[in-house]
Design a protein around this ligand. Structure first.
Ligand code: UT7
Length: 337
């Protein structure tokens, strides 16, 4: 049976560490509020005044994943790039990454799926691999948020949450009788909540893609009904976790580590409590990086392996996420070949 297995992972965070105290110099906020409400202590932003695109961060993460996998760029059959912050409006960040990797014909596909982008990308890669169309897929989740945030008090509810960063995974099809690799996936979306977390401009529905009134009121910045999204996450993350476990005919006892999306430490603590698992079975790094959207899960995956919390030869991990769309998703992955 064809299974999609991870051959290598990599991550990259830009060098500029921004503390909560740094933010309090830009807007009316403070370390206590940010830590209490979100768990975030620092985040990493691209260097001020430099032109760094999402594909630049992705390139660094991809090089590390390729190294770990023992792949050369020419080995890649397909690039899938999950991001809500592509370098420019079009073409997609995948095309920029492809040329930066020195490739000239390798297909490159962007997935615009926000917080669940990496899981949607992994499941797309898995489907291509199982179909036999492509066998070696570079799956990337990367974001540059810092250039698109309202860093005044008006935007503080969103600006303090987000960080820049990239994570990458080399996914390859192998023939095996073992129950390894991507074991089960569930993807969901509910567009009735699309307006609850969104970035309006630029928008093809407006002439010149800009609406002057909206521009005056910050339509170029993301807005979020945080409380609504928070409540949806508390309900839907545990639900989809049990659903994906059921699909895989597994229980939480079969899972060595839950690696959730990093949107808010309080969400993940409540999620942990609802699942009834010990704290050491859930990984969080939002304290250091903030919310890097499509990059949170591949960054965390790389870090758990590096820290020896996940054994890349035998561990079973459960990945889950919820965010803009509304979209939510979960995946069970077992290391080993
Ligand atoms: O990854 C994408 C998915 N996103 C999520 O899952 C995020 C889900 N939501 C959340 O994480 C939380 O709702 C937030 C962290 C965004 C907000 O936390 P909250 O506990 O829901 O706070 P709130 O929005 O109800 O705001 C409470 C107060 C307000 O003041 P008043 O009206 O009570 O006087 C806000 O104006 O905190 C104020 N506030 C701030 N104060 C200091 C909002 N942002 C800030 C800030 N610093 N940065």
């Amino acid at each position: 049976m064809k299974r999609s297995v991870i051959k290598g992972t990599g991550r990259y965070l830009p060098s500029r560490c921004v503390t909560n105290d740094d933010l309090s110099k830009m807007m009316d906020t403070n370390d206590e509020w940010i830590q209490q409400r979100t768990g975030i202590k620092t985040r990493y932003w691209i260097p001020e005044g430099e032109t760094v695109g999402t594909s630049d961060l992705a390139l660094e993460a991809s090089k590390k994943a390729l190294d770990n996998a023992g792949w050369k760029p020419e080995d890649i059959d397909l690039i899938i790039f999950a991001t809500l912050s592509p370098d420019i409006f079009f073409p997609g960040a995948g095309c920029f990454l492809q040329t930066k990797l020195g490739l000239t014909e390798t297909p490159a596909l962007d997935i615009r799926q926000q917080c669940t982008g990496f899981l949607y990308a992994m499941s797309t890669a898995d489907a291509y691999i199982r179909s036999g169309m492509y066998n070696k897929v570079l799956v990337v989740g990367a974001e540059v948020h810092s250039t698109g945030l309202d860093k005044t008090t008006a935007g503080r509810d969103v600006a303090v949450l987000f960080g820049d960063g990239a994570g990458a995974v080399c996914l390859e099809g192998i023939e095996t009788d073992k129950n390894v690799g991507i074991i089960s996936t569930i993807l969901k979306a509910d567009g009735q909540y699309a307006e609850k977390l969104k970035l309006e401009l630029p928008a093809s529905k407006y002439p010149e893609r800009i609406n002057a009134e909206l521009l005056k009121t910050g339509g170029q910045y993301p807005t979020m009904d945080g409380t609504r999204i928070f409540k949806l996450a508390l309900r839907k993350l545990p639900e989809i976790t049990h659903e994906v476990l059921g699909k895989a005919e597994m229980t939480l006892d079969d899972i060595d580590m839950v690696i959730p999306h990093q949107a808010n430490l309080r969400i993940n603590e409540a999620y942990l409590k609802t699942l009834g698992i010990p704290a050491e079975k859930m990984f969080n790094n939002i304290q250091k990086y903030g919310n890097t959207t499509a990059a949170t899960i591949p960054i965390a995956l790389d870090e758990t392996i590096e820290q020896g919390l996940v054994d890349p030869k035998s561990s079973t991990v459960l990945l889950s996420a919820l965010g803009a769309g509304l979209t939510w998703a979960a995946m069970i992955y077992r290391f080993g070949e």
